[in-house]
Design a protein around this ligand. Structure first.
Ligand code: ADP
Length: 286
């Protein structure tokens, strides 16, 4: 990345000169490189960068952040600029100083419920986006089961086949969906879409979400993922349910919704996630 050229692009986008003092790498991401850029006047911005092939993912991330910000329910970093310089794509956003100790999980639960109250007539999104580095299909559908099968599980099973992963009973599981979802007919809620512990933080005690994969879906998808990969404290779930109780069967549907993310991890990272996916498929088929 040509940092000085990026600083010039930030100056042009923000209308105030951003004279670069130094760059500072940030760890914690799974896919991209992350840096804080410090300007000579003390301003700071947060920058994610990667090869040009990831440019669309940054455009989608910026759009998702704006969509969540537009609800006024929960804080997200403000995207400032998304573009490419040579072979490097980047997304510049507001730098937020995160608290060292996560705090008001109950407030995060309440604010997430408020986000989920923003609904649409159909499941999906106006365009496909990304879940981590995998494509996420968002063709709008009115039937939740059809959407989850065609837009979520089936594409991950296809990716797994293309990747040569030894998954068993994929088709059988797809045919088993009516047994797992029954008559469940959720409203299409605006969800974060990639809500694991690595994509949430607190700043001055208030909740912050970042790195979304937004779309309209069953709100239980966010809650199911929040119990994966580290998990959120119980106070979060209790406050969510107090704000907006879950319909009957939510605990029963949870592993199905988690399967989507386990499959995605199997496709992205392989290893024990393949075993986890097979185990979960067999559990769901029982
Ligand atoms: P990736 O898409 O590669 O997983 P993330 O979006 O998760 O990257 O960002 C990597 C790390 O950078 C996060 O774990 C978080 O600690 C930090 N981070 C993300 N966004 C911001 C921000 N706007 N301000 C400050 N730190 C951030």
């Amino acid at each position: 990345m040509d940092w000085n050229e990026l600083a010039a692009a930030i100056s042009a986008a923000t209308g105030t000169g951003f004279l670069l003092a130094r760059t500072e790498p940030v760890s914690g991401g799974c896919i991209h490189q992350a840096h804080v850029l410090h300007a000579q006047d003390g301003r700071q911005v947060f920058v994610k960068s990667n090869r040009l092939a990831h440019r669309d993912a940054f455009a989608c991330e910026a759009e998702g952040l704006k969509a969540i910000a537009g609800t006024g329910t929960i804080r997200v970093p403000t995207p400032l600029l998304e573009d490419a310089i040579g072979q490097d794509a980047f997304l510049v956003m507001e730098y937020i100083v995160f608290d060292r100790n996560p705090s008001d999980w109950a407030l995060m639960g309440q604010q997430l419920a408020a986000l989920h109250r923003h609904t649409a007539p159909t499941f999906g999104w106006h365009r496909d986006n990304w879940i981590g580095a995998s494509p996420q299909l968002n063709h709008c559908q009115t039937n939740w089961m059809d959407f989850f099968r065609d837009g979520r599980l089936a594409p991950q099973f296809k990716l797994a086949a293309d990747n040569g992963l030894p998954l068993r009973d994929a088709q059988k599981l797809l045919h088993h969906l009516p047994h797992l979802l029954g008559e469940h007919a959720p409203a299409p809620s605006l969800i974060h879409g990639d809500l694991w512990a690595g994509n949430v933080a607190f700043s001055a005690g208030l909740p912050v979400l970042f790195d979304p994969a937004v779309h309209f879906a069953d709100r239980e998808c966010d809650l199911a993922m929040a119990r994966l990969f580290g998990g959120f404290p119980e106070a979060f779930f209790e406050a969510y349910k107090a704000s907006w109780p879950l319909p009957p069967g939510a605990a029963h549907r949870r592993p199905l919704y988690q399967l989507y993310h386990i499959l995605n991890h199997a496709n992205l990272f392989g290893g024990s996630y393949v075993h986890d996916a097979n185990h979960l498929i067999q559990t769901l088929l029982c």
